[in-house]
Design a protein around this ligand. Structure first.
Ligand SMILES: Cc1cc2nc3c(=O)[nH]c(=O)nc-3n(C[C@H](O)[C@H](O)[C@H](O)COP(=O)(O)OP(=O)(O)OC[C@H]3O[C@@H](n4cnc5c(N)ncnc54)[C@H](O)[C@@H]3O)c2cc1C
Length: 492
């Protein structure tokens, strides 16, 4: 384990490179501090556009720029790749790990912005059959599954098989992510792919949006929810409300209605867009401070986003339970900036800020190209105007000019034209993660330990020597054939 070394300058450690972590770090650009961002991915992720990666509109690079590149110009910030496995509030250290290699990083101030993950409400086995939408891996796996389902259907239909289950897509969860996903699959089937297949008619695809709640988009209120439902149905999406998912397997999904009816729907492709669970790091923070966790694992924080008894520790974004704040990007961004400002004020000897106050800039969700819903203060907008606002907001918050430019280009290709630039999917995207999860220690089983090759060194060296000899002999043979003019001569 790396040794803990205390530095002279005030050390800020930021856990997470998502919205809270990145914006908090950037807000410390001019501060007299050193910032260490520790994150388990090397990219910042713009989660609101993941559904576009999954449906072939955007590339993963456009929504996930390298954190290192984003922070390259910020001299006081460095990036440390690793999964945080421990936070010791008394010794003020954070322990992170990559493939068995552990690092301990000391801090004077800590911003915890580790976000949340998908929640299957205790049915984690559903994850294998109904991937969520929280990471690039999720989006690429879903892309593979969605486009793969059309390929399998074409193959089956060519042989004369019934392919209805292959052309049935179920999206679980009628929040913004579920609505956007269902709308995009409908556009994909009814518009983008309609000329690409011969044996199947993609216009006959079934898209089901299933939710246990009684309405679509509950946070947007009853009026916008009802309008969105009508819009989705016009697009060909079957909206099934009051339908609770009780089972998921590789062949389909089972739902139970309020009246006790149970229905099984045969569907190859299922997408889970229901429910989130705060990062498990809240558990260790709760154990050390006594701060309670809510049902989604979010931790109760002080009004200034600090932990009880530890004013140097801020928790922001999806991990916090404060004033019923929603799990949205702006809560994380504003929380990260607030924490950064408080750290600077303390160093300057200034009095504390007012308690954290979330400024709600509004909510947006797209339904299809040129159609969205927007709730901004008391204003409720639908249709093209809402979509234009969606476009401007997403362009503003996408990180980096390069990404904004290429995203705009891809949107023009998909929304004005009918193309999708990112339809490539590989077998590894679909099955790689399932294979990894079946290894006892995950990726650790595939690499050498931190102290070398752990006994494999000799066999690896022997393999390298054998391969080298083979390649050298091959090269000599090539030279001989060229120099002797034997190429193209009959072999006797
Ligand atoms: C599909 C989808 C669509 C969404 N759409 C919208 C939308 O339209 N509008 C909106 O406002 N919000 C939307 N949200 C919600 C929004 O993305 C989140 O509220 C926001 O990302 C929360 O920011 P955060 O900083 O708390 O966490 P995140 O942005 O999730 O960042 C968490 C970071 O912590 C890292 N991390 C996690 N655990 C560890 C660990 N143990 N060690 C090290 N690093 C760790 C992660 O790798 C990541 O870098 C959407 C979310 C999803 C999933």
């Amino acid at each position: 384990m790396a040794e803990v070394r205390r530095e002279q300058r005030h050390q800020v450690v930021v856990i997470g490179s998502g919205f809270g972590g990145l914006f908090g770090t950037k807000a410390l650009k001019r501060a007299d501090v050193d910032v260490t961002v520790i994150a388990r991915t090397s990219h910042h992720l713009f989660q609101p556009l993941l559904y576009q990666v999954a449906t072939g509109i955007l590339s993963e690079g456009e929504v996930a720029p390298s954190t290192r590149e984003v922070l390259a110009g910020q001299k006081n910030a460095r990036v440390l790749f690793g999964e945080v496995i421990g936070i010791d509030l008394d010794s003020r250290t954070v322990t992170s790990q990559v493939l068995g290699r552990q690092t301990v990083t000391p801090y004077d101030s800590l911003i915890v912005a580790a976000g949340s993950s998908q929640s299957y409400f205790g049915n984690d086995r559903f994850a294998e059959f109904a991937p969520g939408m929280k990471s690039i891996d999720d989006a690429l796996e879903l892309r593979g599954r969605i486009f793969g389902a059309f390929e399998l259907a074409e193959l089956g239909a060519t042989r004369g098989d019934n392919v209805d289950h292959l052309l049935t897509f179920v999206v679980v969860g009628a929040g913004p992510t579920g609505v956007e996903m269902a709308g995009q699959i409908a556009e994909l089937a009814h518009r983008t792919l309609k000329r690409d297949f011969r044996a199947i008619n993609t216009k006959h695809v079934r898209i089901l949006l299933v939710d246990a709640a009684g309405q679509v988009l509950p946070p947007f209120g009853a009026t916008l929810g009802a309008k969105t439902k009508v819009d989705l149905e016009r697009l060909g999406v079957e909206v099934m409300l009051g339908a609770m998912v009780t089972d998921v397997d590789e062949r389909g999904i089972e739902v139970a209605y309020k009246d006790g009816r149970v229905e099984r729907i045969a569907a190859l492709t299922k997408i889970w867009a229901a429910g989130v669970q705060a990062s498990p790091l809240t558990k260790t923070l709760s154990e050390q401070t006594g701060a309670p966790l809510d049902r989604a694992g979010r931790i109760a924080v002080n009004p200034d986003l600090t932990l009880p008894g530890y004013p140097e520790v801020f928790v922001v974004g999806d991990m916090i339970d404060l004033d019923h704040l929603p799990g949205v990007a702006q809560v994380a961004i504003q929380g990260g900036k607030y924490a950064a400002k408080e750290i600077q004020r303390r160093l300057a000897g200034k009095p504390p800020q007012q308690p954290f106050h979330y400024f709600d800039k509004g909510s947006l969700a797209t339904i299809s190209r040129f159609r969205a819903v927007a709730l901004i203060g008391k204003l409720r907008l639908t249709g093209f105007i809402a979509w234009l606002i969606w476009l401007v907001v997403h362009l503003t918050y996408l990180t980096g000019f390069k990404n904004r430019f290429t995203a705009l280009l891809h949107w023009a290709i998909s929304f004005i034209g009918r193309g999708r630039s990112e339809r490539a999917a590989t077998e590894q995207q679909i099955f790689g993660r399932t294979a990894l999860s079946r290894l006892e220690h995950g990726t650790m089983d595939l690499v050498s330990g931190p102290n070398g090759h752990d006994g494999f060194a000799e066999s690896i060296d022997a393999m390298v020597a054998e391969r080298r000899a083979e390649l050298e002999a091959q090269a000599l043979d090539e030279i001989r054939l060229t120099d002797s003019g034997e190429r193209g001569q009959p072999v006797r």
